[in-house]
Design a protein around this ligand. Structure first.
Ligand SMILES: *Cc1c(COP(=O)(O)O)cnc(C)c1O
Length: 421
């Protein structure tokens, strides 16, 4: 479900035609739908009713301040993985007691910042990190709430680069280490262990591995409680997939919630979730214009568009699939043809897809890369000195540029020449 729909022969975002945004803001440009963001967040939250859960939106999936603010106004928390993301969440109005701080390599400075802000939980991923946090907390005379991120050693499927829950991944501690470290932290006057957490990967479409991981996490909570520790909280991470149209649709949040409730039946515990993609992915598209259609004599047909891998890296990095739709609906009966859709960057990796069946397209036509709201602009760069792709947020019949395209002057001014030059 999303609010990008065809009306009067063209693609709209809510009550704004995408063509209008392309003309007024230029391309390439990301366009986000407020109604879609709001719907996804509330559907996820309400799936767990009457349980009160903290839904900490994973900021890294789309960290635009207006996106964060839209979710914060509904009461969303924030799952953050750097000082910068904590600062973004605070700037967007997320209360510190709804901020989760995760990440495999938090620096001393970042830990101190999180302790001073008073975040809801710091997810500790290793013993050296526990020791560092204890030192930092002692210096600040604080007692931060922590959970231990456990690596449940399950394969969640999905692409290897986004699978995080196997014991040979860099994330988290083992179950036995978690028990030992929980005892160590409980004896530390500067640490307040409040629970355990896990996050087994991203774009998960099969609930089996999730149920397996959550069952193991339940076992850990029960063992810790049997050893006399207070374990009020269980953080089950993010990872629920979004529909990209190249594979079976992932389960609905209600089905996911039912699977969680089944595993946790009878366990009294506060739940935290860290969903990213399932909230932001299909709330955004990357709008791009065709520069050329280049047909090779031997038959390959290239659609060269003005968006590139620096704007949307998922296909190059994860072999990810994005549905590509012409913004103007093709006339009835138009013949499909196979295109390789590529960007202008000097790398063969700058290929969005090969042999994709698309209706006839010509230079100047607009296309939308669908389901691009997560890990799209958040992973963008200025490679090839292409200006950082702008972002637009739509609400009803209005839109706002929520990150403008930098000018070349601004880009060059960021780099002072070395004084000896
Ligand atoms: C990336 C990440 C998430 C969000 O993952 P999604 O697949 O976008 O839901 C949640 N928690 C942690 C710790 C992460 O690193």
């Amino acid at each position: 479900m999303n609010f990008f729909e065809v009306r009067d022969g063209e693609l709209w975002c809510e009550d704004v035609p995408l063509r209008r945004i392309a003309e007024e803001v230029g391309t390439p440009v990301y366009v986000y739908s407020t109604a879609t963001l709001e719907r996804h967040y509330t559907v996820f939250r309400d799936a767990f009713a009457p349980r009160k859960v903290l839904v900490a939106y994973a900021v890294k999936s789309n960290s635009n301040l207006s996106v964060l603010r839209t979710l914060a106004k509904l009461g969303a928390g924030a799952d953050t993985v750097s000082e910068g993301e904590i600062r973004r969440a605070l700037a967007a109005g997320v209360r510190p007691d709804r901020i989760v701080f995760s990440g495999v390599g938090k620096t001393r400075r970042e830990l101190a910042f999180a302790v001073e802000v008073g975040v809801s939980e710091i997810n500790v991923e290793s013993e050296p990190e526990l020791d560092l946090l204890s030192e930092v907390a002692e210096v600040l005379d604080a007692r931060p709430a922590i959970t231990f991120r456990v690596n449940p050693d399950v394969s969640a499927g999905g692409h290897a680069k986004i699978s995080t829950g196997k014991s040979d991944n860099k994330f988290g501690v083992s179950f036995s280490e978690a028990e030992r470290l929980y005892a160590k932290a409980s004896a530390d006057p500067h640490l307040n262990p409040i629970g355990v957490s896990c996050h087994i990967g991203s774009q998960i479409t099969d609930l089996g591995p999730m149920a397996e991981a959550f069952t193991k996490m339940r076992g850990l909570v029960e063992r810790l409680r049997a050893s006399g520790f207070n374990v009020p909280r269980l953080d089950l991470g993010g990872g629920l997939g979004a529909p990209y149209f190249d594979s079976p649709d992932p389960p609905e949040p209600s089905v996911y919630a039912a699977a969680v409730e089944k595993v946790l039946a009878g366990l009294d515990v506060e739940l935290v979730f860290e969903p990213g993609r399932v909230i932001s992915a299909n709330a955004g598209v990357l709008l791009s214009r065709v520069i050329h259609v280049h047909e090779r004599p031997e038959g390959r047909r290239f659609l060269v568009v003005d968006g590139a891998m620096n704007d949307l890296v998922r296909p190059a990095m994860y072999d990810a699939f994005h549905d590509i739709r012409p913004v103007t609906t093709p006339r009835q009966g138009a013949n499909l043809a196979a295109y390789d859709v590529v960007g202008p960057i000097c790398e063969t990796g700058d290929t969005f897809c090969r042999d994709r069946e698309l209706p006839p397209l010509d230079s100047g036509d607009l296309v939308a890369f669908m389901t691009a709201g997560a890990y799209g602009s958040a992973m963008s760069s200025e490679y090839n000195t292409r200006p950082l792709v702008p972002e637009v947020l739509v609400k009803g019949d209005s839109y706002a540029v929520v990150r403008p395209r930098p000018t070349y002057e601004e880009m060059l001014a960021r780099e002072p020449l070395a004084p000896w030059l």
